[in-house]
Design a protein around this ligand. Structure first.
Ligand code: OGA
Ligand code: MN
Length: 339
């Protein structure tokens, strides 16, 4: 990620819009924010495919039937795709829980590492039985796979841990759905936002492979997402992202400036709306590319229906989580060193 500070203030339309939406006094008007509900034809095109091939992995990964997915693109930002919440309620719970309980465990990297090394941040937050809010609030990001280096912006073979199989599988289902048959998830940043958090304007260009799309999965509270152009003189569009929504930055949009100027309280809590009778999927006959322990997923899903869910629920009612997945290498590459 890189800050571009070289533009004269008057031409930095991205910054101007960012400040407008970030402001608390006066509060920004949301009337021009594009939402999946009120998407007018001159701004948004529905590009949902008529014929979609089923993916038997979807159900176990907490996804709705692929035939129900709705895909949009913004006329002004070709390559930017928006998939309106394709997750089931249980699926939302599954990924929220993973981002809190599993992904921040060592050897993954956390922003709090510079202050304190914790083997298991989530467990530490509940060490005394009660929730240590201060420690809980400190977590802002976790990196998976090739660890994003925030200073050098360079991925290296020595700064890498195993990429989670479930997230690789989820990304694979999405990639195949979009027609990217060669996509491999190799790096991810999990961002944790509080109600007053922002993410400033940046482009993601550290990956060797800049042709592969970038997948962004969001859960919990809502956000205004700004998408601009290749430089900050381009006026960005504002998009409302709700829990479960997926943003894909592909093609022309892959290297465009983007930011999150505002977190907004969610109107709905789709993670709360569980169907009364939940039938667990049968994973035996599903051909998974990455996941070896699909029983673990099922167990975790079951736990999310009963008493273990309340701690995650308390966290997500005032937070937003974003999983930002990238392919790092080119298709024929097996390591960073091999260019
Ligand atoms: C990122 C990013 C956007 C979001 O992590 O690089 O752009 O919606 N996140 O949180
Ligand atoms: Mn980004």
């Amino acid at each position: 990620m890189q800050e571009n500070t070289s533009l004269p203030i008057t031409e930095d339309r991205f910054m101007k819009t960012f400040k407008y939406f970030k402001s608390n006094k006066p509060k920004p008007s949301l009337k021009d924010v594009i939402t999946a509900e009120k998407c007018s034809d001159h701004q948004v095109i529905n590009i949902t495919a008529n014929t979609v091939i089923e993916d038997p992995r979807a159900e176990l990964l907490g996804l709705k039937n692929l035939r129900e997915w709705q895909v949009f693109t913004l006329k002004k930002h070709p390559g930017l795709l928006f998939i309106r919440n394709p997750f089931t309620a249980l699926g939302q719970r599954y990924w929220i829980r993973k981002c809190l309980e599993e992904y921040p465990k060592k050897p993954n990297k956390l922003n709090i590492d510079i202050e304190i090394t914790l083997e298991d941040w989530w467990r530490e937050c509940f060490r005394n039985g009660e929730c240590e809010k201060q420690l809980q609030k400190k977590l802002r990001w976790t990196t998976l796979g090739y660890h994003h280096n925030w200073d050098t912006k360079v991925y290296t073979e020595s700064n890498k841990s195993k990429f989670p199989e479930d997230l690789a599988e989820l990304s694979d289902v999405l990639a195949k759905y979009l027609g990217y048959s060669d996509f491999t998830a190799e790096a991810a940043i999990v961002n944790y936002y509080h109600m007053n958090s922002t993410l400033s304007a940046h482009t993601d260009h550290s990956e060797v492979n800049l042709k592969a799309p970038l997948f962004s999965f969001s859960f919990g509270q809502s956000a205004i997402f700004l998408i601009g152009g290749r430089d900050k003189s381009v006026e960005p569009s504002a998009l409302l992202i709700n829990s479960g929504d997926i943003v894909v930055m592909s093609k022309e949009a892959r290297l465009c400036y983007h930011a999150v100027p505002k977190i907004l309280p969610a109107v709905d809590s789709p993670w709360d709306v569980l169907d009364t009778e939940i039938i667990m999927p049968d994973s035996k006959n599903i051909n998974f590319k990455y996941i070896s322990q699909s029983e673990d997923i099922m167990l975790s899903m079951k736990e999310n229906i009963d008493n273990k869910w309340h701690r995650f629920k308390d966290y997500i009612k005032e937070s937003r989580i974003n999983m930002n997945v990238r392919q790092v290498l080119n298709e024929n590459q097996t390591s960073i060193l091999m260019q």
